[in-house]
Write a protein that binds this ligand. Structure first.
Ligand code: KG4
Ligand code: ZN
Length: 353
């Protein structure tokens, strides 16, 4: 397969609470065309429980995936026979959902005699900036979502070096937990951000776990506990107090993420002598405007270019899965239909934790 060949790939994503299918056409090294990108969010199904319930997610994927795939193909004006390959998320994620998407992707590939690609969901996020930007390897990625919190050097479609990860909770989880404690509903990130805008970020003295330490790992459980204590200390927090807690929390998160990311930038810059190194932020928490502002300033100070993909590509979607599949297909790769779904699947196997 030559590098210049234009390829068209169907991607399927079901690893968490979004049922998604997309068709992407392009070739590595050029910004591709997203022919369709259908995302069905299950937020309403999970709202009452204050978080994603794996069993409910899996059932919703079963109910909706066929129609989502049909819609993605129709929107792209494509027949299955015209595809070059089918890519499906094989993990990491909630295993019930992963099984459903992976089986569907394999079935379509087999029926239409197309190559199949088992995509790592994290590779999808990691390669997503190349969907909209001319961006060469390597670049530094900060992945901040409800399930993940990592700093990675993205060295190629199949090569990643993990600089750090969370040793307990993901940052999005901390936002969601804080929102729950403050009675702000689910998903918590946007609600905490809105509330924080009315609050005093210095009102509560919260910990900055791991800040100032060597390395690029994260920890958020201590911060979560501190918020629980602050809320417990008052019978019913007033609107202003809730806003102050939200603002103090968001600032603590920004401080920690900035500190960890600065260490990663130093390591990345030392290893790669690039005229303009790039930091990319992806994942749902990348929607946070305070965090974006912090990272923008950090990049200016450190001489990095800052890239934040559009929000619809930052959160879970299937365009990034189709693209990650396409990048590997262009390298001549495809996967056997025997590939198993995986609840855990670190991007660099050496980092398995
Ligand atoms: O990437 P994503 O859509 O799903 C996965 O977790 O894979 O990320 C969802 C997470 C949730 O925890 C949500 O609360 C958080 O992203 N989030 C935000 C904001 N918007 C979404 N966190 C902080 N500020 C936001 N504006
Ligand atoms: Zn994700």
């Amino acid at each position: 397969m030559t590098e210049l060949q234009t390829l068209t790939v169907l991607g399927i994503e079901t690893s968490c609470d979004e049922t998604a299918a997309a068709v992407v056409r392009g070739r590595p090294g050029a910004v591709p065309e997203i022919l369709s990108n259908v995302v069905l969010s299950q937020v309403e199904e999970h709202k009452a429980y204050g978080g994603v319930v794996p069993e409910i997610a899996a059932r919703a994927h079963i109910d909706h995936l066929d129609r989502v795939v049909t819609d993605a193909m129709a929107e792209a004006n494509m027949e299955f026979g015209a595809l070059d390959a089918v890519a499906g998320t094989a993990g990491p994620g909630l295993i019930g959902g992963v099984i459903i998407g992976l089986m569907t992707a394999k079935a379509i590939a087999q029926c239409h005699d197309k190559p199949f690609l088992a995509v790592n969901h994290l590779a999808g996020h990691a390669l997503s900036p190349r969907l909209t930007e001319q961006l060469g390897f390597p670049y530094l990625l900060l992945l901040v979502s409800g399930g993940h919190c990592q700093l990675l050097s993205v060295d190629g479609p199949e090569h990643y070096t993990r600089y750090g990860t969370t040793i307990d909770d993901a940052v999005g989880e901390a936002f969601d937990k804080t929102a729950k404690l403050l009675g702000l509903g689910y998903p918590g990130g946007p609600a905490v951000q809105r509330m924080a805008a009315q609050g005093n970020p210095n009102a509560f003295d919260l910990p900055r776990p791991l800040a100032g330490r060597e390395g690029c790992d994260f920890s958020f459980s201590g911060l979560k506990t501190a918020i629980a204590r602050a809320v417990d200390a008052v019978a019913a927090p007033s609107e202003q107090m809730a806003a102050d807690i939200a603002a103090s929390f968001q600032t603590a998160v920004c401080d920690v993420v900035e500190d960890r990311t600065r260490n990663a930038m130093d390591r990345f810059a030392q290893k790669n002598n690039l005229p303009e190194p790039t930091l990319v932020v992806a994942g749902g928490v990348a929607a946070n405007t305070a965090l974006r502002a912090r990272l923008t300033d950090l990049c200016t100070a450190q001489g990095f270019r800052f890239v934040a993909p559009p929000l619809y590509l930052c959160t879970d979607n299937a365009a990034m899965i189709a693209w990650a599949g396409l990048e590997r297909l262009a390298l001549g790769r495809s996967d056997s239909l025997d590939v198993s779904p995986r609840a855990r699947w670190p991007l660099s196997e050496a980092d398995a934790r």
